[in-house]
Design a protein. Sequence first.
Length: 257
Amino acid sequence: MGWFQQTFVGSERSAAFCALIGFVVTFVVVRGITRRIRAKASAPAAEGGGLGDIYIGGVHVHHQVWGILLVLLCGLLEFRYQPGPPWVQVLATLFGIGAALTLDEFALWFHLDDVYWGEQGRQSVDAILVGGAIGAVLLVQASPVGMDEGRGLGALATCGYVATVCVHLAMAGVCFVKGKIATGMIGIVLPVVATVGAIRLAKPASVWARRRYSGARLARAERRFGAAYVGRHDRMLDLIGGAPDAERPSRKDGSAP
């Protein structure tokens, strides 16, 4: 307990730590449950085990609903009461749980369709990885852009500090334009990631590549982010979140399930 007090409470990072633990543990538990439910659905003769989807009034209530409600509740309680320890750690843990429940079904609310076990469902695992990475970076870094470090400086030093922050955020913006969404989001809180992502090749389908690449440079980008890259990426996501089912038809009108 003394180690926790010294490492996290004393450095005002205990809430970030609790949120990250709640996030990771919830994702692992929820994916385990959903994979078990899918296994039961594919083998109806198997033992039930007490696991199943939740229905209210005949409507399947996805776990993102509980996550959204939990995130909203934690935010309201934090803004209104701004509690100290241990309640701030409790709220942070609940926020991490809610964020995991919500992002685990990111693909559903992004596409407005039940694609959890479809090819597009891999985007949920991408969102979880990005959320976990940002949580980890915030845990080890007190401020995304060093806001505290800019106070009490002279005029020239302040201008240099502001310019540095602007360049940092611009690099993150370049990552987004190059189609590297995860790199850009992580780069907002970790400048070196944004800088490396901005320097390296853009994805061939990105706005940057369409407007600036042609000939040999476009061919390099297509090789870099070609079938081998996509295959490695998909295998990693399948290992973490489970392989998708055979492609199922989506709702053509884009309406919610």
